[in-house]
Design a protein around this ligand. Structure first.
Ligand code: SAM
Length: 255
């Protein structure tokens, strides 16, 4: 097959480090009958070892050249190829209790994580390679400079575990940034106490619109002084200083 030239616009950095590939597959620990979905299989670095342990694999890929290669390489009985943009893909169309994996294109990783959070109820777990910087934000605690919208929204919905650090040399071409593999496991519904996730999302978005400003200002018109008092939340605090539970309390007060 002719050589594929990596496309920057699709965030193509292909994994070439067999040690890292092996560690990712071990972390996923696929079982033959799992409904596993790989986002962005690319040239198959993780796809191949995953398929060796599975009856069937679903992949979502946007690059037509790569799709043509995958079609040649794998019979339909082994692999279902969903052609198109993972950002617009309806993961519920595959089924329930999905296991999602992927060395994600870094240029769309944050919006993709928000898109995938909407499917938490039908997901069993997710293993993703991401920019280390994004993983730092995902696991950040209140009071840390990395604590942001993505920390609140993902920590509300998932248990998050930082698994493996990956250097640029593990990819071809090497990215300019460090990477890390992370595991997300949806929390049980009994652990989720927001009355409305949409309201929570709205409050978090407003609060972090200017993360260094006081909540009294960023939530002006959303939460009154009386509301702050009733909830016992200091209105002079900033978005990056209050815990996830307080965001949920604000959202529930407004719901
Ligand atoms: N899994 C391969 C590996 O580890 O070597 C490739 C990883 S590469 C970082 C990202 C992959 O996602 C590429 O195959 C790219 O074409 C694909 N991709 C980029 N944007 C996408 C999108 N919006 N929807 C689906 N796939 C996408």
């Amino acid at each position: 097959m002719k050589e594929h030239v990596a496309r920057k616009r699709f965030g193509q950095n292909f994994l070439v480090d067999s040690g890292i590939i092996g560690a990712i597959v071990s972390a996923i620990a696929p079982q033959r009958s799992d409904t596993l979905v790989e986002i962005g299989p690319g040239l198959g670095a993780i796809t191949e070892p995953l398929l060796a342990r599975l009856d069937h694999l679903h992949v979502v890929e946007i690059d037509r050249d790569l799709i043509a290669r995958l079609k040649k390489q794998y019979p339909r009985e082994r692999m279902t190829i969903h052609e198109g943009d993972a950002l617009a893909f309806d993961f519920a169309s595959i089924g329930r209790k999905l296991r999602l994996v992927g060395n994600l294109p870094y240029n769309i990783s944050t919006p993709l994580l928000f898109h995938l959070a909407d499917y938490a109820e039908i997901v069993y777990d997710m293993h993703f390679m991401l920019q280390k910087e994004v993983v730092e934000r995902m696991v950040a605690e209140p009071g840390e400079s990395d604590f942001s919208r993505i920390s609140v929204m993902l920590q509300y919905r998932f248990h998050i575990e930082w698994l493996i650090d990956v250097p640029p040399e593990s990819f071809e071409p090497p990215p300019k940034v460090q990477s890390a593999v992370v595991r997300l496991i949806p929390k049980d519904v009994s652990e989720l106490n927001a009355k409305s996730t949409a309201k929570l999302s709205q409050v978090v978005l407003a609060a972090f619109s200017q993360r260094r400003k006081m909540l009294r200002n960023t939530l002006k018109g959303v939460l009154s002084d009386a509301g702050f008092t009733e909830l016992g939340i200091d209105p002079t605090r900033r978005a990056e200083d209050i815990p996830v539970a307080d965001y949920v309390r604000i959202a529930n007060y407004l719901s």
